[in-house]
Design a protein around this ligand. Sequence first.
Ligand code: SAM
Length: 256
Amino acid sequence: MDFSGNVGEWQRNVSEGKAGKHRRMTVIEALNIQSGQSIIDVGCGGGHLLKELGMCVGGKGHISGLDNSRQQLENAKAYCSEYDYIEFIEGSATDIPCDAETFDALAAIQTYEYIEAVDPALKEARRVLKLGCPIAIVSILWDHCRFYGADEALNQTIFDAFKAHCFHQMLPMELSHLLPDSGFGSITRQNLSYIETTLHAGMAGFYLSKLMALFATTQGVSDTDAELWLSQLQKADDDGRFGFVNFPVLTMATAI
Ligand SMILES: C[S@@+](CC[C@H](N)C(=O)[O-])C[C@H]1O[C@@H](n2cnc3c(N)ncnc32)[C@H](O)[C@@H]1O
């Protein structure tokens, strides 16, 4: 998926909301970050995690934000402008322009499901991590993500079209064998699932529904059907029968 334009804006809106904050705080806790450490955020998007990592490591530390979208990096730079020890790298997770064994921790929040060659990307993550250091990967069980309240057939049409938005629908399940093959051990998982029952600005489902509707129109769904689906969700919210469930999973592992 191309994270420029409206898509990038809605993605950053999701990260700013409650669900986005919760996953970042969980990642920060799990990485057990210490002052002075050097950490990389792979697929840093709008830079929300970068700023929080910057606060954790302090001025003696170093934070690198890698993304292959120039627009996302521009937003990240603006968002983190007061931190001179946060660096922004335009590049791919499959070819990180950093020396081997540079980082004390690596985070990738909702990045690897968008990378077809996820195996080389994980090997690259292992290359830039120091021995014994942790990787934190958040990815979504997309097959289980669901909106409730719209006409069921139309809902299914939108979800079917949305499958093409990423390469890996169930990455947390694939990581069990991919991580050991890429030089990681001690794998653990944490469920970050959540339910929303209202549809308004600030809620992840509000932005994700817009993003899904827009993406569906790039996959052959008509503008009329995409608009109808959004209006049905809005009506369901007005009637008090709206629902959205999402299933992010935090996978932790150690470089061995
Ligand atoms: C869903 S967004 C998540 C952004 C951020 N981690 C967050 O949680 O707000 C996915 C990000 O991964 C980036 N991305 C996708 N493929 C990438 C690749 N091969 N290398 C680096 N970044 C990539 C996108 O540009 C986008 O900013």
